[in-house]
Ligand binder design. Structure first.
Ligand SMILES: [Ca+2]
Ligand SMILES: [Ca+2]
Length: 182
């Protein structure tokens, strides 16, 4: 993985073999030999640290989700609608994630916390119906990498009835449903 040239410089055989997420440091022992016959030798132990590269994008646990929202909640500014969260295998700034909504006419109806991923109602002109929010997670690397998920918000009285029913059954503690209604 590492070699030394005849001027004493340490050479990385191939950068493809180095990955901060796999191995963060190597302890390498070099031996310098006197070229004369019977000459002495000396050992040098060196720790080589691998720097992190921004080679992992933010990843959401699902490509899409569906959230049913009671109209009263959706139309009240500041109400928490749902939350998204992406993860990133890198370190430091390379794993610091900011969230934005790719605006398709949904802003300022819905807002997202830049670092929290919490989606709240902007309280403006939210009517019953379906809203498709495309959420981007952008890491702090240079260049930055991006992950995407979509959240389909369905605002309507029917959802309120569903939520009430599920609460009555006591099988759900959050108002988030993924998949089809049955
Ligand atoms: Ca990395
Ligand atoms: Ca990253």
């Amino acid at each position: 993985m590492f070699t030394v040239n005849n001027t004493g410089h340490v050479i990385v055989a191939s950068t493809n073999t180095l990955d901060y997420e796999s191995t963060r440091s190597y302890t390498v022992v070099f031996r310098a030999e006197n070229s004369y016959k019977g000459g002495s030798s000396v050992l040098l132990t060196m720790q080589i640290n691998v720097a992190d590269e921004n080679d992992n994008p933010p990843i959401f646990p699902a490509n899409s989700s569906r959230v049913y929202v009671a109209p009263g909640l959706a139309k009240t500014a500041g109400s928490v609608i749902t939350e998204v969260k992406a993860t990133d295998r890198d370190s430091g700034a390379n794993q610091n994630i900011s969230y934005v909504i790719a605006d398709a006419g949904v802003s300022p109806k819905f807002l997202i916390g830049q670092y929290s991923g919490v989606i709240t109602s902007g309280g403006l002109n939210v009517s019953d119906g379906s809203y498709l929010l495309v959420i981007l997670a952008v890491d702090g690397g240079a260049p930055a990498l991006t992950g995407t998920t979509t959240v389909n918000l369905i605002v309507g009285d029917g959802s309120a009835a569903l939520i009430a029913r599920v609460w009555t059954l006591g099988v759900c503690s959050v108002m988030v449903f993924v998949g089809k209604l049955v």
